[in-house]
Write a protein that binds this ligand. Structure first.
Ligand code: NAD
Length: 300
């Protein structure tokens, strides 16, 4: 049994499929293009953009970074999104997080045309999840559930605890799992005792943003642990390091499966973004083709 779930290998597999689908779309005259909106300067955002560009290049998808000054107004960015929505050459729009404080992510995300919502974070995309009709799902949530699927555990009736209940990660994970028949408990900052829930679960997802929040004594022996957190810390030697929300060593010794950070959810999230890019481009293609068919019917 492979105890450590290898996110890099799973991402590579997903990207290979995306590359094949992209080649088909390109041959049909649909060259995909993702535009990443970056506001201000941020080291984590620069890293996300680099990883996304690398994945897009690997699949044959064009990738453009559109940079805005940190003090740009929301109207300026909304105007740019509106132009991209109307531009048939742009097939997907990504709004890089975190944004400067004065910008409302919800307003910007809602302004992206739902057919170009490759991040799966438009309210319409989130609503699709609640109705169990996933088209463009939020990438991190989709990636996290995919990693659990790779354990081959039967999700029907599985006891799962999700720690963290944000709109883009924790809540959609809970809905995706319920759709598979899992019994889901959602914990958050007001939960009295996390371990009561985590210790009786067959799988635990952690998406909080606090290093070492979950320790081995909180995990049922043999359970799957999916660590979504990304935290920049300085280690004992004074070196910067990225860690998840899970204390890896103590959890690894009791878990049946565990995702590492880095190399777990992160790369699969980027692969899901590329998969969404293909889904979005295909939906736009169908949309234009049906419009064209309607126009020719009216003319004839
Ligand atoms: P968020 O700040 O929106 O939500 C944090 C959640 O944690 C909230 O639901 C809050 O109630 C809960 N919480 C806070 N303190 C808690 C505690 N002590 N016990 C239990 N729950 C607590 O964060 P988010 O956007 O959902 O991101 C969560 C983490 O996942 C962050 O570390 C973020 O960097 C990471 N993340 C990773 C990816 C990826 O691709 N791997 C993508 C998005 C977010």
């Amino acid at each position: 049994m492979h105890k450590i779930i290898d996110g890099k290998a799973i991402a590579a597999e997903l990207l290979d499929t995306v590359a094949i689908d992209t080649a088909e779309l390109t041959a049909a005259g649909w060259q995909q293009k993702l535009v990443a909106i970056v506001v201000g300067d941020s080291a984590p955002v620069a890293l996300y953009v680099r990883n996304q560009r690398r994945a897009a290049n690997r699949c044959g998808i064009d990738f453009e970074e559109r940079t805005f000054a940190g003090d740009s107004s929301i109207d300026e960015i909304l105007a740019a999104i509106s132009t991209m929505n109307a531009d048939p050459r742009v097939t997907g729009i990504i709004i890089q997080r975190p944004l400067p404080q004065h910008l409302s992510i919800r307003r910007l995300q809602s302004a992206v045309h739902p057919l170009k919502d490759v991040e799966g974070m438009h309210p319409a995309s989130i609503g699709d999840i609640v109705y169990n009709n996933v088209r463009l799902g939020p990438c991190t949530a989709m990636a996290s559930v995919e990693l659990l699927r790779r354990t081959k555990l039967n999700l029907s009736g599985l006891e799962v605890t999700v720690i963290g209940h944000s709109e883009i990660v924790g809540k959609p994970i809970a809905f995706l799992l319920m759709a598979e028949g899992a019994t889901v408990t959602v914990c958050h900052h007001m939960t009295r005792d996390l371990s009561i829930h985590s210790r009786r679960s067959d799988a635990v997802f952690v998406a909080v943003g606090k290093p070492n929040l979950v320790t081995g004594d909180m995990i049922k022996p043999g359970a799957a642990v999916i660590d979504i957190g990304i935290n920049q810390i300085t280690d004992e030697k004074g070196n910067p390091r990225v860690v998840g929300d899970v204390e890896f060593d103590s959890c690894e010794s009791v878990a049946g499966w565990i995702t590492p950070v880095p190399g777990g959810v992160g790369p699969v999230t980027v692969a899901m973004l590329m998969r969404n890019a293909v889904v979005a481009a295909n939906r736009q293609k169908e949309h234009y083709e049906s419009k064209f068919a309607q126009t020719t019917q009216i003319q004839s």
